[in-house]
Design a protein around this ligand. Structure first.
Ligand code: AVJ
Length: 319
């Protein structure tokens, strides 16, 4: 079958050079850190899809339940003829819950994992022949630039999964402010936000019994080893995830099992035994704290939905 996906080439530095630069900078920092956006090579994107199926990871299935139940309300707020733009589209699975009802004119998936993005959007185009499907490989954590050759008339940005949680509240405010700036009047932002809850429930979600989250976390080191000139050995690190209540975030770390020296691109880095490489923050909000954040970025909230247990929330923000 002919490829029905319009692919937009983004002129961005290659991911390899950004992985190299950010790894060298992050490993030299104290405490050591690296951005969670580097989780998502093909293997990482696949592992993330597996995480979404774990019984402890309530995030995905809860958001899907909320979206299915809210689909009519969402349609009512958005109106007809939307141009749907998904940030971090991944497998483009959740958007399917909206397509039949919303019947947008076009769909643009934006993701950092290029081959994963292409496979997913091609599948979407095949399953929804009436839909004009676009794909752009981009890192929207820097600056979201819509492709120049993609005309938007009535945009609805879909930002599911609580990916906003990877940003500090300050960065999140900046990103939302930027989205507010590029949206025309009448444009919308449909965003999924994970909620503060019992520590045990939160920590279980990031320490699944099948160790898929651990594999996802450790894959980052495998990626550094594969894509950069590095001798780092994932088996000499362990996964650690816990809820930092003070900062209202899950933190993920990779802990060095022993004292060791590793090299990346000819530079040597020392780990003490037990020393951490901080790989991810996943911020959790209350309905109030997120509404305040959205308002501070200039948005009005025209819809807000949660599940019966208040595990997760979906917000319709309007420009
Ligand atoms: C995709 C950032 C929303 O924080 O829950 C899942 C990523 N990390 N398990 C999250 C993730 C570990 C996920 N987000």
């Amino acid at each position: 079958m002919a490829l029905a996906v319009h692919f937009h080439d983004q002129t961005q530095p290659t991911h390899e050079s950004s992985l190299r630069d950010e790894a060298l900078e992050g490993f030299a920092a104290s405490p050591k850190r690296i951005s969670p956006k580097f989780f998502y090579d093909r293997r990482g994107s696949e592992l993330f899809e597996q995480i979404c199926l774990q019984p402890e990871y309530y995030v995905t299935r809860t958001e899907e339940k909320i979206l299915a139940a809210a689909a009519n309300d969402i349609l009512e707020i958005a109106g007809p003829q939307t141009d749907l733009i998904e940030l971090g589209s991944g497998a483009s699975r959740k958007v399917r819950l909206l397509l039949e009802g919303l019947r947008p004119v076009s769909y643009l998936g934006i993701d950092i994992s290029e081959d994963f993005l292409l496979t997913s959007t091609q599948r979407l185009a095949a399953d929804y022949p009436w839909l004009e499907v676009h794909a752009a490989c981009a890192d929207f954590s820097d600056e979201l630039k819509l492709p120049d050759d993609f005309a938007i008339h009535h945009p609805l940005v879909f930002f599911p999964g609580s990916s906003i949680g990877n940003f500090t509240p300050l960065e999140a405010r900046k990103l939302l402010g930027h989205l507010h700036e590029i949206l025309p009047p009448g444009g919308g932002l449909l965003i999924g936000v994970d909620l503060v809850k019992d520590r045990d429930v939160l920590e279980a979600a990031y320490n699944d019994r099948a160790h898929v989250t651990a594999a996802f976390n450790l894959n980052l080191l495998q990626r550094i080893r594969q894509e950069l000139d590095s001798d780092i050995d994932p088996s000499r690190f362990t996964h650690r995830a816990f809820f930092n209540e003070q900062d209202s975030r899950i933190e993920m770390h990779l802990i060095s099992r022993e004292a060791q020296d590793i090299t990346i691109e000819g530079q040597r880095f020392h780990f003490d035994a037990g020393e951490s490489l901080h790989t991810e923050n996943s911020y959790k909000y209350t309905l109030k704290s997120f509404a305040d954040l959205a308002n501070s970025a200039g948005f009005d909230c025209s819809g807000q939905w949660t599940d019966a247990q208040d595990l997760f929330s979906v917000h319709y923000l309007q420009r």
